[in-house]
Every structure is written in structure tokens, then in C-alpha cells.
Design a binder for this molecule. Structure first.
Ligand SMILES: C[S@@+](CC[C@H](N)C(=O)[O-])C[C@H]1O[C@@H](n2cnc3c(N)ncnc32)[C@H](O)[C@@H]1O
Length: 260
């Protein structure tokens, strides 16, 4: 456990680490998904590839773009309703929104549908873009959204006035998360803004549901949940100033930052 995490938790109970299959069962993964090795789980979670079809629960072969059983796109389902973000945040001043690691496109499709004048750029790994294309077409916003394949550790698209990252930063430990934020900062205009959609842990050693997710991030991706102060510090290291935190009706917060 890192020093950062140690500050969030009570002393360990001394309980033995459960076997991977037991942890998979605890996490509610379908039986067939439990056969995956931990390294494969890590690859799939970080690459946005589902372990099992979100529609019919069939096991998905490594690299599958579509479920072999029901034919649905093989992207992981969004973790919270995009509607909670749209309801909480006023995107009215945003003409081009860039969704970094936008997954299956659910969030940017919902935002574009709510703001008919807005254009979008969905930036993702090439393998994931097929499922995003399906979502954008289904939601009737495909013509207003450009799909861009790439690696957010290398560069992200310029040209947006807002950069949105939902459930991205918590996947990564500080040094890797910092590189993603720096790439965004490099692409942003001086008057641009960056929006993180994440949970924020309460400060101190109080029990909180987000701490269970933090443990999951530690064991599955090597990432972590963070407090608002930790987000402020990380953003500052990337040349970004946290200016406000907007709550949503879900467990997620919208952390808004602007170039220093
Ligand atoms: C936890 S998912 C979040 C997806 C989406 N933002 C959401 O909240 O539903 C993380 C996303 O980051 C994408 N991703 C992972 N590594 C990436 C990289 N190096 N460059 C671009 N996207 C990446 C994955 O493909 C995946 O869709």
C-alpha cells in the first residue's frame, strides 16, 4: 500500500489475500469470465475491452469487437448514466468538446444530443472506435462527432474548447496520470477547460464507498481514487488550476480546471 493509500484506510485486518477466482466471484464477474488470468483482466480493463458481453453475458474472445453470440459491440458499458453529467453541468459555452478515452461514446453522444449546436471529437484507441461509431449513429449525432484514434500518452487532438475525461485518471498511478493531463494541457488553448469526471474520496480515514473502488483500482489497473486535494495537486503539476468541483446526482463529481 502506498503512502497515499495508507492515509485513506484503517489498519489492515491481516486477512489473507483471496485467490483471483474468489475476487472475480466477489466482483460479480460471470463464471466464464473467471477463467481470464489477472494479466488479461488488466489489459482488458485498461484497453476498454469487456470481459463478457454487456448484453448477453457471453464470454468475449481477446480483441473481440463484437459479441460472437448476440453481435452487439464489445465495449464495456458506461459506469454511470451520462445523463447525470448532462444534468449537472452547463455545456452551453462549449462549441467543440473532446472526449479523451471516450469509450463506447455513450457520454459524448448524450451531451451532443442535448446541445444540438455542439461538435464533438471522440479520442480513443483504434479498436474501441467501432463501438463508439455504433453508439453515435444510434443516437443520431454521428455527423457532429469526429472519431480520432490515438494514444493519450503521446498526444491528444487540438481544437477543442473543453476536454472531458471520465473514468480515465483513476485508471492510472500518479506519474502516468500526469502524462495524460500534460498531453491535454499541451493540446488546450489558453482559454480552454478540462473536465474530469471522477469520484473523489473524502479526506481522512472515514469509511466511504469510493475506497472500495480504490482497492479495485489498485488490484486491477494499478490506479487509484483520489481526494479533491490530490486532484488539485496532480492538475497543478500539469499546469492546470482546479477552479471548481460540480456535484452530480450520481457518485461522480465534475472537476473543472483551466490552464494556469
Ligand atoms: C475506464 S474506460 C472509460 C471509458 C469512458 N470514458 C467511460 O467513462 O465510459 C478507459 C478508456 O480509456 C481508453 N484508453 C486506455 N488507454 C488509452 C490510450 N493509451 N489512449 C487512448 N485511450 C485509451 C480505453 O480504451 C477505455 O475506453
Amino acid at each position: 500500500m502506498t503512502g497515499q493509500r495508507a492515509a485513506h484506510y484503517h489498519a489492515p485486518t491481516g486477512r489473507a489475500e483471496p485467490a483471483f477466482a474468489d475476487r472475480a466471484a466477489d466482483a460479480g464477474l460471470p463464471l466464464r469470465a473467471r477463467r481470464h488470468r489477472p494479466r488479461e483482466v488488466l489489459r482488458r480493463v485498461r484497453c476498454g475491452l469487456a470481459l463478457a458481453c454487456a448484453q448477453c453475458r457471453a464470454e468475449l474472445p481477446a480483441g473481440a469487437r463484437f459479441c460472437p453470440d448476440c453481435g452487439q459491440p464489445a465495449a464495456a458499458p458506461p459506469s454511470v448514466p451520462a445523463a447525470a453529467v448532462v444534468a449537472a453541468y452547463d455545456f452551453a459555452g462549449t462549441s467543440t468538446l473532446v472526449d479523451i478515452g471516450g469509450g463506447d461514446g455513450s457520454l459524448i453522444a448524450t451531451i451532443l444530443a442535448a446541445y444540438p449546436q455542439m461538435r464533438g471529437i471522440l479520442f480513443e484507441q483504434r479498436d474501441v472506435l467501432d463501438s463508439a461509431r455504433v453508439t453515435l449513429e444510434r443516437e443520431g449525432v454521428r455527423l457532429r462527432c469526429t472519431l480520432v484514434a490515438g494514444d493519450f500518452f503521446q498526444a491528444v487532438p487540438e481544437g477543442g474548447d473543453a476536454y472531458l475525461l471520465k473514468d480515465i485518471i483513476h485508471d492510472w498511478e500518479d506519474e502516468r496520470a500526469l502524462v495524460i493531463l500534460q498531453r491535454c494541457r499541451q493540446a488546450m488553448r489558453a482559454d480552454g477547460k478540462l473536465l474530469l469526471v471522477e469520484r473523489a474520496l473524502p479526506a481522512g480515514n472515514a469509511p466511504a464507498a469510493g475506497k472500495l473502488i480504490d482497492i479495485t483500482m489498485l488490484t486491477v489497473t494499478g490506479g487509484c481514487e483520489r481526494t479533491q486535494l490530490e486532484y488539485r495537486d496532480l492538475l497543478a503539476r500539469a499546469g492546470l488550476d482546479l477552479i471548481r468541483v460540480v456535484p452530480t446526482a450520481s457518485e461522480m463529481l465534475i472537476v473543472e480546471a483551466v490552464p494556469v
